[in-house]
Each structure stands twice: as C-alpha cells, then as structure tokens.
Design a protein around this ligand. Structure first.
Ligand code: 5GP
Length: 108
C-alpha cells in the first residue's frame, strides 16, 4: 500500500525542501541528501508508485516514456552519459529500499 506521507511524496508536495536539478510534468529530480558518489541524483515520478515493479505495472505509457526521457536528459545534462554512471532502483525489503516511492539513483 502506497504511503502518501513518505518523504518523497512530501518533497513532491513542496512540504520538504530539496535541491532540484530537473522538473517536468512527469518527474522531479533532485540531489540525494547523503551522496554516495560525486554526482548522486534521484529521479522520481510524480505519480504515486511504490517501486519499479509497481511503476512498470500501473503507470501509463506517457508516464513511463516521460520518466525515461527525463533520465536521458538529466544524465546528458550532468555529463553522466558521456562519462558513464550507474542507475539503481532498490525495491522492497530485500532490495534495501528505504523510501517507498519509486526512485532511480543516478550515480556518477
Ligand atoms: P533507497 O534506499 O530507498 O533506494 O534510497 C533512498 C535515498 O533517499 C537514500 O540515498 C537517502 O540518502 C535519500 N534520502 C532520504 N531522505 C531524503 C531527503 O529528505 N532528501 C533527499 N534529497 N534525499 C533523501
């Protein structure tokens, strides 16, 4: 069950500040508060999805396209595409997911 008071839902509602790097109709991207690499950006969909499986199962085609087009733009704009980076989606208990709103870590 999606918890509408998870920290990323609160960031989306602007109840909690973040350091945004990109925003459009489908996604918000911001810097991780505890970066694990020189560049550590979190990309989240604006819709309420628990994890990558939930996103893939329930999101509309437009939301899925918008999400991955944004990932491509953000990774290019931050020189990650050019230099190489990791994209990680921790999912659920055994995946070590801490925040129950789908997010992709971009680490470069
Ligand atoms: P997960 O383990 O769920 O994949 O990762 C959650 C990530 O969110 C962690 O890397 C953590 O540092 C980051 N995080 C947790 N709370 C906040 C916050 O309030 N603001 C930002 N910018 N990042 C957060």
């Amino acid at each position: 069950m999606y918890d509408p008071n998870n920290i990323f839902a609160r960031i989306l509602r602007k109840e909690i500040p973040c350091s945004p790097v990109y925003e459009d109709d489908y996604v918000l991207a911001f810097r991780d508060i505890a970066p694990k690499a020189p560049a550590h950006i979190l990309v989240i969909p604006k819709g309420a999805y628990l994890d990558i499986s939930d996103f893939g199962a329930r999101a509309s085609a437009a939301e899925i396209e918008g999400f991955f087009r944004a990932v491509a733009k953000i990774s290019a704009d931050h020189n990650l595409t050019q230099q190489g980076f990791r994209a990680i989606a921790n999912s659920g208990l055994h995946g070590g997911q801490e925040v129950p709103h789908f997010h992709l870590h971009l680490l470069g």
